[in-house]
Write a protein that binds this ligand. Structure first.
Ligand code: DHB
Ligand code: FE
Length: 285
């Protein structure tokens, strides 16, 4: 593990922690050799096409090599891939194949499974300092495509704190801070009290930052909630919710905002933001 317990909270340390976490899972898949070969061939030919179109020089090729080495050494591959590539994979798998339920969005590098369970009406685990942020009460229902509530539904919620840091990926934050598995009631309803997350800045002092700078981009994601919503007999969704009018909503560096996923909370006289949002889940095929 990276020394996230002793490190100061930086986006860079979070990136390293994301790499360490990912590596421990040792993922695999059952892609056939034929399919793998077809994908590799197409990747190489797409790359070849770009090299020819732009007449890439040897110096440029060597800089690419150096940059790829640097991304690995800085522990930034999970960040770079989830910011610049994951939205395409999400689109192909969940948005383009005729699904009618709530739209998905990218998982990002900071999901951790098996967050402790909380009841349908709950407050997210948070520190004293988190309580100084604007409270957000987020309520709704998990339904089928006809709006019928689904018993047995769970909503996993994880998000950054006011400084844009995630527990388990930045130092000195309790393990399950701002992470929970909410067990909905018999009709799929939930009412979750949490805090307004802050926009998130991907590490910009390393190779991902050089990459962004090189084409005049910015390193920001808009403030967001991450959710994984499941119910028996339904396709689970991984998605994110954003906040209308928030910074970077229109120009998310990760291209992961969809208009259906933007919340518009109302600030009460008590200073609490409240918003309702329902999740409709497709049946499993
Ligand atoms: C990244 C971080 C996030 O919080 C997220 O939702 C998506 C991507 C990243 O740093 O790559
Ligand atoms: Fe995130």
């Amino acid at each position: 593990m990276t020394d996230i317990d002793t490190a100061v909270a930086t986006a860079h340390a979070s990136g390293n922690a994301a790499t360490d976490k990912f590596k421990t899972a040792r993922v695999s898949c059952d892609t056939s050799p034929e399919r793998a070969a077809a994908i590799y061939r197409d990747v190489l030919s797409a790359l070849g096409e770009v090299i020819h179109r732009h007449e890439v020089t040897y110096d440029e090729y060597r800089v690419l090599k150096q940059w790829m080495i640097d991304v690995g050494e800085y522990g930034e591959w999970p960040l770079w891939l989830d910011v610049f590539v994951e939205h395409q994979v999400e689109d192909v798998n969940y948005s383009r194949n005729g699904l009618a339920g709530t739209k998905g969005s990218i998982e990002g590098p900071y999901y951790v499974p098996d967050a402790p369970q909380l009841p349908a009406v709950c407050t997210m685990p948070m520190r004293e300092q988190d309580r100084r942020s604007t409270p957000l009460v987020f309520s709704g229902q998990v339904t089928d495509l006809d709006g019928n509530g689904l018993g047995g539904a769970t909503v996993e919620l994880w998000h950054a704190d006011e400084d844009g840091f995630y527990s388990q990926f930045a130092p000195n934050i309790p393990e399950w801070n701002l992470r929970a598995t909410i067990v909905c009631d018999d009709e799929g309803r939930y009412e979750i009290t949490t805090i307004q997350p802050a926009p998130y800045q991907i590490p910009h002092d390393g190779p991902t930052g050089w990459f962004i700078e090189s084409h005049g981009g910015h390193p920001w994601r808009p403030a967001h909630l991450h959710l994984m919503v499941k119910a028996p007999g339904r396709l689970p969704i991984t998605t994110q919710l954003y906040f209308r009018g928030g910074d970077w909503v229109e120009t998310d560096v990760a291209t992961a905002v969809k208009p259906e996923l933007v919340l518009d909370p109302v600030r009460g006289a008590d200073g609490v933001n409240r918003v309702a949002y329902d999740f409709a889940l497709d049946p499993t095929p």
